[in-house]
Design a protein around this ligand. Sequence first.
Ligand code: ADP
Ligand code: ZN
Ligand code: ZN
Length: 802
Amino acid sequence: MDIAKVIVDVQAKSINQTFDYQIPERFKEILTVGMRVVVPFGPRKITGFVVDKTDQSTFKNLKEIIDVLDITPALTKELLELGKWIAEDTLTMYITAYQAMLPQVLKAKYNKELIRSSEEELDERLDYLFAGRDVVPYEEFENASVPYSVLQKAIQDGEVTVNYLVKSRVTKKHITMIRPAKDAIMLEEAYEEIPNQAKKQREIIQYFIQQPEPVEQKKLLEILHTTPSTVKQLIDKSLLETFKKEIYRNPYNDDSFEKTEALNLTDQQETAIQPINERIAENQHDVFLLHGVTGSGKTEIYLQAIQEVVNKGKEAIVLVPEISLTPQMVKRFKGRFGANVAVMHSALSNGEKYDEWRKIQRKEVQVVVGARSAIFAPFENLGIIIIDEEHENTYKQDDQPRYHARDVAIRRAEYYQCPVVLGSATPTLESFARAKKGVYQLLTLDKRTNNKAMPEVEIVDMRKELHAGNRTMFSRVLKDKIEQAIERGEQIVLLLNRRGYSTFVMCRDCGHVTECPHCDIALTYHKNSNQLKCHYCSYEENMPLLCPSCESDLIRYFGTGTQRVEEALTQVIPQATVIRMDVDTTRRKGSHEKLLKQFGEKKADILLGTQMIAKGLDFENVTLVGVLTADSMLHLPDFRSSEKTFQLLTQVSGRAGRHELSGEVIVQTYTPDHYSIELASQYDYHQFFQQEMKMRRAFQYPPYVFLTLITVSHPNHVKVVQVTQKIVQFLLNQVQEGTTVLGPTPSPITRVKDRYRYQCMVKYKNEEKLRMYIKQLLDDFSDDVRKNNLLITVDMEPYHLM
Ligand code: ADP
Ligand code: ZN
Ligand code: ZN
């Protein structure tokens, strides 16, 4: 096996081609499939993944692999297969799929260094390389003639560690440890010989006579109030020695979580968990849809099912939406499984993410809780995969590879023959339809564990408020209830359903709206900097004093951003204290948690925010939830807009009255009769499902058909339309009867960053060869893409139609 087949990091014409490389002698023993390598490619050096090893190649004069980047394979065989499947399913390159499966640190271009991590005697070739130093740059090893296998052995024996340097930041963290270099009897002898005036030296030796365990140098200095130079003197006398120890950055202090025990399940929970546990026991794959109202105890079911899996020595992946990875959620998993849990989400630094990932790779944990990409956790003995809030959009990746975590979960679970549990109070229509057809097994929890009724929802018609002369954004009833709640010392959550809304600038005289010069979209006003910003590109300009069109000075900002609501709120209810949570106030790392903590400590009466406050929050003192504009996303050009509205209203209503105090919900809307608003206020998921399915059928949308969206973009308008037209025509010639090919249609936002965007939408029930046709299209246009700045993106299951 002298030849490696490598997927390289280049935009090749044939996107999934492997290239053959000769394996040089020094790597022969150690190189295995799944490792990352550096190979020559034309004049460049690039990285790649070894996907196979073989004895012969149809090519002659193969080039040699330059370097091997991993000690243990970055991807297991299963993950290599999975990546291949994802790439083919979503029509992306293998390399893109493989990179998406790894933590950022392993994707970046980096340097390495070798660290001597013990005082054990090294192989003399390595000893020569280190030449008394603790750290050597990796290049020195490359240029020396030390066999790779020697280094690998030293690494396996813990004598040397490899450190990845990303932009000169250290990715692994090391601390300096001190330990005795002699046994206790020798130390006692030495102690006698140290003169009395060297008091600190004597204390240190005394310390190690009493306990010989290694101790962190920093701690030692603290305990004995001494200095590094004193320690150094003892090291020089060969009484103590020093070594480096690698530690994980642990963003969570595992000891700070109170241990929790399994609760006695309610009858409903018992009935729901039973079939899951059976599959776990029998090592059988199945997909469960756990439909449970908010507060019905879904999370407790997850915890107990995972316990079964852990008891069998197997592993569990739990996906939660990024936004609900709140400390509250982490606490529940850490509380039950302690240090056996890795947590992965985007608020962690790259180094922290890498550490969590390695805990999984080294099988030091059995449970991972994380956002979408945690589905790629390199476990090799999976026993269950859980997707909480399965209806959330965040499970669909917007960028290449455009995979849906649910599909990946099912694929992995089939491989490991284990169950998948999809949980939600408001499942997607797709999932619920599958459950009804028996493709998924439906499990239902329709009662809250505390047996409390869901909070009462009152719909307020804002048109009537206007007619009654109320021009504020708060209805009279909402204002009254807020005041009453504050008086009782209770708290309020106010949701501004902001999607589709923003603060734009308009001239009251001529109606001119200030738009981004590079994108077809109104600029958003930011009060703090008094600037207008584009949310699609980074363009910004100062707020104009005069209308650019008619020079009137009556140019004002409109819309209801959270900042404006906050201002209005302090005018209408001056005594209220408000915590505002939106993209602007939560940009800094940790600020999300901080604001929630403040609210939990009752530092404010009102929590005001966008979608991000709708999920997962659980505050016992919240008795009133207000939705300011329930219908603001009903009119977006998106066939899921009713479903999204229903989900959001249901979620946010579930935030009130979860504990002793009962709660109520006020929903303000201009379309009180819309079925998604009406049915959400009655918590009637089944009726909503029926209604919405009728609409989907009438307009031929999922789950009745599949959608594929092809978007073409280019700076030249004519070119975009021409290419899209060609694509539409080509597909029309290929597809079967009953399949619809729509386009060329301008995308809802037709110009972004000076590029025009047109789309072609395919609606189909059964089109087995569609991927093949599109692949051919991509091949046909590949020259145009590489040379002429053309961009064609394909989404086989689009969630954002923008
Ligand atoms: P969901 O995830 O469905 O919203 P949770 O799992 O958060 O529901 O449960 C809601 C509340 O009920 C939590 O405070 C939880 O501790 C509690 N709970 C869950 N199961 C039980 C049970 N079997 N007995 C008592 N309390 C329970
Ligand atoms: Zn004007
Ligand atoms: Zn822009």
